[in-house]
Design a protein around this ligand. Structure first.
Ligand code: AMP
Length: 249
């Protein structure tokens, strides 16, 4: 079983980002970039399927600038076998990424495609769903447990108030939730080994995909700063303030 895993290069989860002064976006100049955390979980899950003898090959894919090669090398160090960079300097919105992944699904014919449930930079939570629709594949989003047997995937999903388990015929698209697994640390020997693994670069035009943006960002602003708090002398004053100032009672 071949598994395709999508990995996005995003601002590191520990970086506190700031909006650009002209409000056109988030300032990512000289900021640490990493693999999207949900995509690390996706690669880890693919590697576990391979270790369990269920997957035979793991192909990691990233779409974006040349620097996404670093993200792909991380995926290779976690355990992916080869990588494909779809190189583009344009802003790639979820629909464009879904179309690129669909073209690669047609070419590579994986039995399973694993993506993160959302990218922590755009928080779109769209790409997996769009890919499933474009490729006409069954999908299970927000997976917290995945088992594969007899040509089907059983996926447990975290839903409001409990867990739902769905059964999908393969090939299928799965998106990962936080509790699916805990990704392993990448070891130095594996980083060295990853340097020798194959990494192919293609352009969107090679895949016949038009990646022009369909959405326009009007403005990006930071949340309003919270005002300073006040101390109240007693409960009566608190209740009075909640009623007449905050108007929440
Ligand atoms: P989003 O729909 O943007 O929240 O992203 C959901 C998931 O789609 C991510 O966790 C990735 O697995 C995948 N994805 C989104 N953008 C890219 C990209 N540029 N390259 C590779 N994978 C991506």
């Amino acid at each position: 079983m071949k598994v395709l895993v999508a990995v996005k290069r995003v601002v590191d989860a520990n970086v506190k980002v700031a909006a650009k002064s002209d409000r056109t976006g988030v300032d990512i100049a000289n900021v640490k970039m990493s693999m999207n955390p949900f995509d690390e979980i996706a690669v880890e899950e693919a590697v576990r399927l391979k270790e369990a003898g269920l997957a035979t090959e793991i192909v990691a894919v990233s779409c974006g600038a040349a620097q996404c090669q670093e993200t792909l090398r991380t995926a290779l160090a976690i355990g992916a076998d080869r990588a494909i960079l779809v190189e583009s300097d344009e802003e790639l919105q979820p629909l464009a990424v879904a179309k690129l992944l669909k073209a690669l699904v047609d070419k590579e014919q994986p039995q399973l495609v694993i993506l993160g449930k959302q990218a922590i930079d755009d928080d779109s939570n769209q790409t997996g769903q769009m890919l499933a629709a474009l490729a006409k594949l069954p999908q299970a989003t927000f997976a917290s447990k995945v088992t594969v047997a007899d040509g089907r995937a059983h996926v447990t999903r975290e839903v409001d108030g409990g867990l739902e388990t769905v059964s999908l015929s393969l090939p299928a698209v799965i998106t990962t939730d936080l509790r699916l697994n805990e990704p392993r640390y990448v070891t130095l020997p594996n980083i060295m080994k990853a340097k020798k693994k194959p990494l192919e670069t293609v352009k969107p035009a090679d895949l016949g995909v038009d990646v022009s943006p369909r959405l326009k960002t009007l403005k990006v602003v930071e949340p309003a700063k919270r005002g300073a708090g006040v101390k109240v002398p007693d409960v009566a004053t608190l209740v009075e303030k909640l009623k007449n100032e905050a108007k929440v009672l």
